[in-house]
Each structure stands twice: as structure tokens, then as C-alpha cells.
Design a protein around this ligand. Structure first.
Ligand code: SF4
Length: 319
């Protein structure tokens, strides 16, 4: 079948402006998008740049957007993208500096962030012949995380990275989980401390897009939640996070729902004048749009008394 690929082009040695080139190639019915790219490069245009390595869907090198869907070119069948016509658009994944054509900056996108969480085990010190056996359940969980392809699809789907590229992102935080939850590591706390710094786990908005995008079922969003919980339980969350949790729980306990104005004020800290001043521009904008919740002016929801009893029961059981 004749397929036309409309490929994103960017030449760093040219005028630097992105464009698109069209190539029509003849492919078999079971061809993959990577088959098409290799044919274009070998027969039509040797200047087209893209990455490829294993050609079996293991390495994640050929991650790209194929007619708007982010996936691996080596496993994506052309026939899956040509139901409406024999044309396929190829683009680099989003929110990332492009080096040339479909080749993007993996260092900026992934590797620098993964290195930042120190994703290696530092064995505990002990007798030279000490065995480091883990229970099956722990190993099973860690193995799943270790099966990561480093494909970056979770970061590609992340809804925070488009607005804040400095966010560590789900791929790197999943690596932090791998070490923080491995009892053999000398100091899992260190990864928790790194992960819970600004631009870390607390910047995740729980949209679950990362988990939706992961081809390995690693559930990066759930790993981020687990890191948060562990950091909180171990008492190594920074003070603002602790205040946020306490305020959230207190307002739900008292009124059955969240007092957002109170939450903003108490998260900053009632005596933190500088932090409170920083809230003013946002509060003013919200006020103009009629969306500013006044703190502490918060009616009870129906059923609030029952919610309060649930809190009290939990508090009693925790003692
Ligand atoms: S966690 Fe999943 S989506 Fe993210 S890099 Fe690893 S395999 Fe890819």
C-alpha cells in the first residue's frame, strides 16, 4: 500500500524554523511506522533524523507522536493509523527541545531528572557475607518498577510538565520509588527527601495521565502517591505540606468539606506574612471573577456530623 508520511522537520544548521516534509512509500500490509521511516531514510532522504534501536518495543528509543498518538514507531502498525486515509503525521513528543527532526533532547527530558533522584542502590553496611534477601511481595513490586523502558511516555502524557518543565516528572519519580521502597538501600530516606522537594511529588496533580500512558503498567502516578505517603509517615515532608494536610483534614472534619480559603492561608502559615502576601494577587483575581472563597466563612454540608464521627473514630483507633 502507498502511504504518505508527513514528517516534522527541524534543521539546526538551517534557519532553525520547523517545517514538514512529505514522503510517499510503498509498504506491506503488516508494516510498522518504523519500517516506513527506515525506507524513507534509505531510499528517499538520508537527512531525515530519528532514533531507533531494538526495533522490538523494548527500548523506548523511537517514542514519537504518530498522528497525534504517542507511542513506539517500531511496534505501531501503519494500518492502525490509516483507517481514514493513507496519510500519517509524525512528530516528536511534546514539550521538549528538539535537536533535529524527530530527535529530541533526552537529557533535558529524562536523563538529567532521573540522575537527580540518584536511582542507584547503596547497600547497607553489614557483614561481608550478609545476604540481602527480600520477601517475594516486595521483590515483585520492585520488579514491576524495574521493568521500566525509560520510554518517557509517562512524562509525555504528564499535565504538569507543559506548564512547568522543571517538575521532576513521573518517570524520574518512579525511579525514586524504586530505591526508596527497596529495604536493601542504605538510606531510602534520601530519595524521599529529594522527591519531596519543590518540583517533586507535591507538584503532581493526580490526573493519572502518566499511568494511562505507561505501556508497562507500572502506574507511575500511584508510585508518586506512595512516595508522598511514605514521606509524610516518616515525618520528612516539609512544613508547608504538613500544614496543608492538617488544614485540609481540620476543615473537612469541622464542616464536611474543604474550606479552600482557609486551606490557602493555613498552608502558608498564619504567621508567615511574606507567604500570605504572595497569595494576594491570586486572591484579587479570584475576587474579580467571583471565585474567592472567604476563609473561615464556611457552612456545614449535610451529613457533616457523620463525617466528623468518622474522623473521631479514626483518631481514636490511631492512638
Ligand atoms: S514508567 Fe512506564 S511510561 Fe514511564 S518511562 Fe517507564 S515504561 Fe515508560
Amino acid at each position: 500500500m502507498q502511504i504518505t508520511f508527513k514528517v516534522y522537520r527541524k534543521d539546526p544548521e538551517g534557519n532553525g524554523k520547523p517545517g514538514r516534509s512529505e514522503y510517499t512509500v510503498d509498504l506491506s500490509d503488516d508494516a510498522t511506522v518504523m519500517d516506513g521511516l527506515l525506507k524513507i531514510r534509505d531510499e528517499l532522504d538520508g537527512t531525515l533524523a530519528f532514533r531507533a534501536s531494538c526495533l522490538r518495543g523494548y527500548c523506548g528509543e523511537c517514542t514519537m507522536r504518530i498522528s497525534g498518538k504517542s507511542t513506539f514507531a517500531c511496534t505501531a502498525k501503519v494500518s492502525a493509523f490509516t483507517k481514514k486515509g493513507p496519510e500519517i503525521a509524525l512528530d516528536p513528543i511534546r514539550n521538549i527541545p528538539v535537536i533535529k527532526d524527530l530527535v529530541f533532547d533526552w537529557d533535558a527530558f529524562l536523563w538529567n531528572k532521573i540522575k537527580a533522584v540518584k536511582p542507584w542502590l547503596e547497600p547497607r553496611e553489614g557483614p561481608a557475607n550478609e545476604e540481602h534477601r527480600l520477601p517475594d511481595a516486595v521483590m515483585k513490586d520492585l520488579r514491576q518498577v524495574m521493568s521500566c523502558y525509560y520510554c518517557g511516555l509517562c512524562d509525555e502524557g504528564c499535565t504538569v510538565l507543559p506548564v512547568d518543565f522543571d517538575f521532576l516528572g513521573p518517570a524520574a519519580l518512579t525511579k525514586a520509588y524504586r530505591v526508596a521502597f527497596d529495604p536493601r538501600d542504605r538510606d531510602g530516606k534520601e530519595r524521599l527527601r529529594i522527591a519531596e522537594q519543590p518540583k517533586g511529588v507535591w507538584d503532581c496533580v493526580h490526573c493519572f495521565e502518566a499511568s494511562e500512558h505507561c505501556p508497562r503498567g507500572i502506574a507511575p502516578t500511584e508510585r508518586i502517591v506512595a512516595l508522598r505517603d511514605k514521606a509524610f509517615q516518616m515525618g520528612i515532608s516539609h512544613e508547608k505540606v504538613a500544614r496543608h494536610h492538617q488544614s485540609f483534614a481540620a476543615s473537612v472534619k469541622e464542616s464536611g468539606w474543604v474550606d479552600e480559603g482557609r486551606l490557602a492561608v493555613e498552608s502558608e502559615g498564619l504567621t508567615n506574612i511574606k507567604g500570605l502576601m504572595k497569595l494576594l494577587p491570586t486572591a484579587a483575581k479570584a475576587l474579580v471573577r467571583g471565585k474567592a472563597p472567604l476563609p473561615y466563612v464556611h457552612s456545614k454540608r449535610p451529613g457533616a456530623d457523620r463525617i466528623k464521627k468518622i474522623f473521631e473514630k479514626g483518631e481514636r483507633e490511631r492512638k
